[in-house]
Ligand binder design. Structure first.
Ligand SMILES: N[C@@H](CCC(=O)N[C@@H](CS)C(=O)NCC(=O)O)C(=O)O
Length: 309
């Protein structure tokens, strides 16, 4: 069986969502610690340009976006708790709202001046400048991660109030078992909790704290660290791709909200690919054939105009 490789970095909340899911599903994995800012020279041959974090690799197949990774991992574990059969669509739509709207709220809180004051990267002026320049390039052309601090604060408080009331009556958000919804909320709250100066945000919410502790207890599963060159090698040595049918050549896929760095190739229907995703076939000079999968929700596909590929 081929290894599950997670390309991630320590402080990334969406990475924490997947790390915790690996623990919940009791899946073994290999982790590559990628740099928090570009360049990521060993990742780009795999993704073909996609630079959001995390990225999941299995052989020469790449899964972009944590929403898609959750499906792939649940399927691999043969476990339907993340997508409970009688509430899969509702849980998924809820998670999508959290991963976009609530994430925007917590980004505004986590990057407010008082929170940055305690951040190690921001202490060093040249590291801080490099980080800010990287994120400006990353979010160019998008306002999807921007929110006034006062708006973010009031939405965060209202959200915690709702969570607290519900969690007084139930263990997890959709019942007695944790689902995809819990993992989406968890990584957003983890992002805030990780900043000591903001930790008091949770003081008035004992049920939320109890729920956070239950989530944390799932752990990260058995995992080993590997370096990025070993991950490239795994792709290079992986068996050929399963059968695929060419649907449309000359396309590119990119997120609809932020991180507009496209991945170009051919749209294919691949056997074994998850449902409701775009599978892009590319041939890379470093690793050869690669199939890069994106969920349809949150991404768009378009023809590449001549000369832009
Ligand atoms: N919808 C994406 C969001 C991913 C995302 O925004 N990740 C952040 C880090 S947690 C990111 O990519 N930041 C810029 C970077 O790492 O290059 C997902 O679920 O994977």
């Amino acid at each position: 069986m081929q290894d599950v490789i997670l390309h991630q970095y320590d402080s990334s909340p969406f990475s924490e969502k997947i790390r915790l899911m690996l623990g919940y599903l009791e899946l073994e994995s290999l982790w590559v610690e990628i740099p928090p800012i570009m360049p990521r020279d060993d990742l780009m041959p795999l993704t073909g340009g996609y630079r959001r974090t995390p990225v999941l690799q299995i052989g020469r197949e790449i899964y972009c976006d944590s929403a898609l990774m959750a499906k792939v991992l649940a399927e691999r574990a043969g476990d339907d708790r993340l997508f409970p059969v009688d509430a899969a669509a509702t849980a998924e739509v809820f998670a999508q709202w959290i991963d976009t709207f609530l994430f925007r709220v917590v980004v505004a809180l986590a990057f407010q001046p008082k929170a940055l004051a305690g951040n190690q990267v921001m202490q060093d002026p040249s590291e801080a400048a490099a980080f800010m320049a990287d994120r400006a390039a990353f979010t160019a052309g998008s306002t999807a991660l921007q929110m006034d601090l006062s708006v973010a604060q009031s939405h965060f408080t209202s959200f915690l109030d709702m969570m607290e009331r519900q969690l007084a009556n139930v263990r997890f958000l959709f019942g007695e078992v944790a689902s995809i919804a819990d993992f989406s909320v968890y990584h957003c709250l983890w992002f805030i909790e990780a900043r000591p100066i903001l930790a008091s945000e949770f003081a008035l919410y004992p049920q939320v704290q109890r729920w956070m502790a239950s989530m944390q207890a799932f752990g990260h599963g058995q995992h080993l660290s590997i370096d990025s060159s070993a991950a490239l090698e795994q792709a290079r040595r992986a068996p050929d791709l399963a059968k695929y049918e060419l649907l449309q050549d000359g396309v590119q896929v990119l997120p609809i909200d932020y991180g507009f760095q496209p991945v170009a190739g051919a749209l294919v229907a691949a056997s074994g690919a998850p449902r409701d995703c775009y599978s892009i076939f590319r041939v890379d000079e470093v690793v050869g054939q690669v199939l890069v999968h994106f969920p349809k929700i949150g991404f768009r596909i378009e023809a590449v105009s001549q000369g832009s590929e």
